[in-house]
Design a protein around this ligand. Sequence first.
Ligand code: ATP
Ligand code: MG
Length: 404
Amino acid sequence: MDTTKVLLVKYGEIALRGKNRRMFQKQLTRDLQRRLEELGGYRIVLEDGRFVIERSGSASGEMEYESVLSCVRTTLGIVGFCPCTRTRELSLENIIRLVLDYIRDNYNDFACSFKVETKRANKLFPVRSYDVSAAVGEAVLNSFPPSRVDVHNPDVVLNIEIRHSAYIYSKVVPGLGGLPAGSSGRGVLLLSGGIDSPVAGFMMAKRGLALEAVYFNSPPFTSERALQKVLDIAHKIAGYSGYIKLHVVPFTDIQTYLYESVPREKLTIFMKRAMLKIAGILADRCEAKCVVTGDSLGQVASQTIEAISAIDASCSITILRPLAGLDKHEIISIAQKIGTYEISVRPFEDCCTIFVAKHPEIRPKVHIIERMEAKLEFLPEKVRAAADAAYAHVFLYGSSRAEL
Ligand code: ATP
Ligand code: MG
């Protein structure tokens, strides 16, 4: 009998995408293919309107689900992976045999309740779904006597799909959902070594945003190890987004200039405005259409709605704050799931905490800030110089390289 182990890939939202669907499928295929390249011996094919991962023609041996899953599980845009057996010989007898073999392969004993669910997309197959389910159910009961049928609350659902081939599966390994990496354009992520911004980056990557990250580096106030922390975080996020370019911007000169020039309680607002101006320049250069930050409303003084407004007024680019409505414990729980939390809590200083005032202003007025900023005559040239002096690291899936 011709049977093959394959991994069926179920995607969620792209199915809804009408005209853009093909573009989304292409992006997803490319992402899966790149991940599988690292493993070798596998390919992804579009079969019967589904993505199927299978051994490539020349490769020998059966599919190894564990290693394939560890490679592709972090792919964005996928709702689930189904380890599955496929046959190209379409007959009821063959499908019954396929199901019985599948159970023997996947369950030690089959002393449980089950239900058979058949989808017959291929109407040339002469037996109706209901009759396939009934015939398979009977054969399972006969071959595995302790099992029983429960159509309402079964322990196991045996799914049979009859298309040009027939597929059987009963387990779904959940995927991350969202949209394929890079399918929603490009954004600049302000990435600090803290807990929040990595989560913000992940959440927007999950909505299909390709990320260029920016880190404002303030040596000697912040150390090499603080930078290393951000590099490690970018590396981690690239495991999901597939590709991240991290721009490291020298920020010390601007920070000390502002420290000497503006009232202490307003310093954070000016610093954040300078960060956004630089991010705006870098966004223009890489054709990014938005800036993403890890602000959460009310978390600290610079995150009141007045402070956020005063900061946003510094540039015209769209600013996304995906964490605005989340509590800290909700953010931490996502950080733990995506693996950035343990890096973020390494105890190294951040450029903002070093310069932060004891009593920062929480309700700044935009027009006052702007009037004061207009008097900072060296700021525009320092902003441009900082953007020009940025250098980048590129992270691709699991590997990284430095780039000037
Ligand atoms: P995080 O945990 O992300 O550091 P936070 O709660 O510490 O955030 P702030 O330090 O006020 O809050 O920073 C707010 C946002 O500003 C961050 O989420 C990040 O997007 C951006 N940001 C702050 N410092 C830097 C930096 N040194 N480099 C790049 N972005 C930064
Ligand atoms: Mg921070």
